[in-house]
Design a protein around this ligand. Structure first.
Ligand code: 3HC
Length: 722
């Protein structure tokens, strides 16, 4: 069956309107592209056609090349067009070189290949709100339909580099001021304005511009090279593990130095190679995995519609509560913030104010917007105003009996339809709701700190949570621009549970002689935002010990018990807030290693009754990565086998968005599958025989290894908790 089509209608004015039709975003599948070529050739042949307008159906120009075709192109199930077929044969040699002029009529979005088609036209008319951009780098590739050559020629080198390297689209309004589009019109007038413009081009009343050969916006060679070298250095600093941003800059440079036609050829070659790279495969996996988190079997396939949440109440104005309140008011939800006394309330409101003010300082919010946003927040000290709220999020300290009392009160004061959510990061939700009869509307809304910044929302459901409540919370999550992942109820849920062995493995290694700073360096080089020791410092030793305690209690067989952190805390070293943890911190929060650490390590080693293992003292980078992350993979396997997560791809998103696992490695399970279950199993088995139960492979892993099956292949969930 054809994937999308391109249709053409010729008007009595002699303008052929070619429309891309491929819902939902009019992506450019090979069928669409072939159709585009056929339509163009017909338009050029026909005597009754003077000019062409290209547009997209249903208010969307095009979301770019069909990303779902990448897999097929790579494994040979989709026939690969010959290199340069689209970029050179269709866009440069048919569309752009045509004697009959063409105009792109852009509404909604013109991204990636979509914008590249539009740039090959002789003019562009857009709506003010359309999004235009070349976000290919976020998929591990570079623009492949001439974008690296035409965008710099239309908007200048610096802006084009920014748009490509940051994968950042701009609005029609800005595109107009930059010269990327020639005129702005309302959506209703779009096609008629584009038709008129096309006829003006026929009559030479307006300039017919061939973007590929424009030079007026490109800096002289020396200056251009300086700009490109600066961009190279920036990209290397920001993404040291990624090659494709450097390739993108090289391709742009080729066009400037040797001419745009040579640039196009180099772009084609580079695109062909990058689309086969592991980075591209991983990032494309993340793209679809992120969109897949909102598809929950048995929940989102029942035809339930999200109910409107008009007002939200938050209990607790601490770091989490104030962050959540900020996220909500930023998306226009009226919020009530409740605290136990005026002092705490003022502090909570102050935190929200500071969160917003930091946006104003960075120029991301106007003072007027600050006022109107902050006005959505109301502080209260009692439950009286809870009578008309549609959702409550409890964000008080992790104290079971306090939470039980709060939920009993909520049941009394909130209307019966109200969603009762807890932001707990570890406590069993059944326990929290024990003193209520509202188990069907109790749900976990686990945000990550800082809640107004971190993109993940872990939605935790129990066996009793109703699907309607989950659908409602998924909708709120989307509206506040979070990526929600729906998981089952257990200690630590999905993210904290799979990442608890991260620090534990590191502690086991240092007690046996590995240098903690080397571990952090290697793990940061791997692509994590920080290593396990820097992370514990940031989280604070108090929280680390409390959560560690929960894990010891619930998973005693595989929790590595180290006294290193408690020993340091006894000495009032509790992490970054005390300016001393595994690192020393100066006034600007800069961390530096502390030689004193070795004394604590020695003490902890003696208490654990272990000694320095010469092999672990000299671990290679590869071994460090495997010994830290394979236990994480092992726990992720348990989470999957227990049905806490619906699918492996959800854990990939949880790892990327909750812990900063590098997206270009595809997430924890995708990455593990690049090693294979057999290899991971055999390594864990080997370490378990030397260092004990902490490394013992889970049943799921053993089973997959025995079958030689990937860890992320779907499973029959016998014990599903969802
Ligand atoms: C050769 C060329 O240079 C190479 C390219 O063009 S590569 C592609 C470049 N384009 C992009 O990177 C854009 C990717 N898409 C997006 O950023 C966003 O989807 C969007 C801004 C277009 C729309 O966002 P939003 O409205 O939030 O909807 P979103 O849920 O993301 O997408 C809707 C559906 O369209 C699909 N989709 C979006 N863009 C797609 C694309 N380019 N190809 C295939 N499917 C696409 C999504 O997978 C999703 O499918 P689903 O409903 O089955 O989950």
């Amino acid at each position: 069956m054809a994937k999308g089509k391109t249709v053409m209608e010729v008007g009595s004015d002699g303008v052929a309107v070619i429309t891309i039709i491929h819902p939902p975003v009019n992506s450019l599948s090979l069928d669409v592209l072939n159709g585009l070529k056929d339509c163009y050739e017909e338009a050029l042949r026909r005597d009754d056609v003077k000019a062409v307008v290209v547009t997209g159906a249903n208010g969307k120009f095009s979301g770019g090349f069909d990303i779902s075709a990448f897999g097929g192109l790579n494994d040979g199930t989709t026939s690969r067009p010959k290199p340069g077929f689209v970029s050179i044969e269709i866009l440069a040699d048919v569309v752009e070189a045509a004697k009959k002029p063409s105009v792109a009529a852009i509404d909604g979005l013109a991204l990636g290949g979509g914008l590249e088609v539009a740039m090959a036209c002789h003019a562009r008319i857009s709506t003010a709100t359309a999004q235009l951009g070349l976000p290919e780098l976020q998929l591990g590739i570079i623009p492949g339909f001439g974008g690296t050559q035409r965008l710099p020629r239309l908007v200048g080198l610096s802006k084009a580099l920014e748009m490509m390297l940051m994968s950042k689209p701009i609005k029609g309004q800005e595109a107009h001021s930059l010269g990327l589009v020639d005129a702005l019109v309302s959506p209703n007038e779009l096609i008629s304005a584009a038709r008129r413009w096309a006829l003006d081009l026929v009559e030479f009343k307006k300039p017919r511009v061939i973007s590929l050969y424009r030079t007026d916006k490109i800096e002289p060679l020396g200056e251009a090279r300086e700009i490109l070298n600066f961009a190279r250095a920036q990209a290397r600093k920001q993404a040291p593990n990624l090659n494709h941003p450097q390739v993108c800059i090289d391709v742009i440079e080729e066009g400037i130095v040797s001419g745009p036609r040579r640039g196009l050829y180099k772009e084609v070659e580079a695109f062909e190679e990058l689309v086969r790279s592991d980075t591209c495969k991983s990032l494309v996996h993340i793209f679809f995995a992120q969109r897949g988190t909102t598809k929950v079997p048995g929940v989102t396939d029942r035809g339930l519609k999200p109910r409107q949440v008009k007002k939200v109440a938050i209990l607790g104005g601490g770091l989490m509560g104030s962050g959540i309140a900020t996220a909500l008011i930023l998306s226009n939800y009226p919020v009530i913030l409740k605290e136990v006394n005026d002092k705490f309330l003022q502090a909570g409101l102050g935190r929200v104010r500071a969160n917003l003010q930091s946006r104003v300082k960075k120029g991301n919010m106007t003072p007027e917007k600050f006022e109107s946003t902050f006005a959505l927040l109301k502080g209260v000290l009692d439950f009286e105003s809870f009578r008309d709220v549609d959702m409550v999020i409890e964000a008080v300290i992790e104290d079971v009996s306090l939470k039980q009392k709060i939920f009993a009160d909520l049941e009394k004061y909130c209307p019966p339809h109200c969603i009762l959510a807890s932001n707990t990061s570890t406590i069993d939700l059944n326990l929290i709701g024990e003193k209520t009869k509202s188990h069907d509307r109790i749900i976990g809304a686990h945000f990550f700190s800082p809640a107004h910044v971190m993109p993940l929302l872990e939605i935790v459901r129990t066996e009793k949570t109703s699907p309607q409540i989950i659908v409602d919370l998924l909708d709120v999550g989307k509206k506040i621009k979070k990526t929600p992942v729906v998981v089952g109820n257990c200690t630590g849920f999905a993210v904290n549970r799979i990442f608890f062995p991260y620090t534990q493995a590191a502690l086991l290694l240092v007690e046996r002689g590995t240098d903690p700073y080397k571990i952090d360096r290697v793990i940061t080089k791997f692509g994590m935002p920080m290593g396990p020791f820097r992370l514990v410092d940031l989280v604070g030793f108090g929280v680390a010990i409390a959560t560690g305690g929960q894990f010891v209690l619930n998973f005693p067989d595989r929790t590595y018990k180290s006294m290193l952190i408690p020993l340091m805390q006894e000495d009032k070293r509790a992490g970054e807030t005390t300016r001393k943890g595994f690192y020393l911190y100066d006034d600007r929060r800069k961390a530096s290693p502390d030689p004193e650490i070795k004394n604590y390590i020695e003490k902890a080693r003696n208490m654990a009754g272990v000694s320095v293992d010469p092999k672990l003292a000299k671990l290679s980078d590869k071994d460090i990565i495997e010994m830290i992350f394979f236990p994480v993979v092992n726990e992720a396997c348990r989470v999957l086998a227990e049905g806490i997560a619906v699918k492996a791809a959800d854990l990939d998103i949880a790892a990327v968005m909750g812990m900063g696992f590098p997206p270009y490695r595809g997430g924890i399970m995708f990455w593990a599958d690049t090693y294979g279950s057999k290899y991971i199993y055999s390594r864990l088995q080997e370490w378990a025989s030397i260092y004990g139960g902490f490394f013992k492979p889970s049943e799921y892993l053993a089973d997959r290894a025995a079958k030689g099956a990937p860890l992320s292949a779907p499973i029959e969930q016998t014990k599903s908790r969802l």
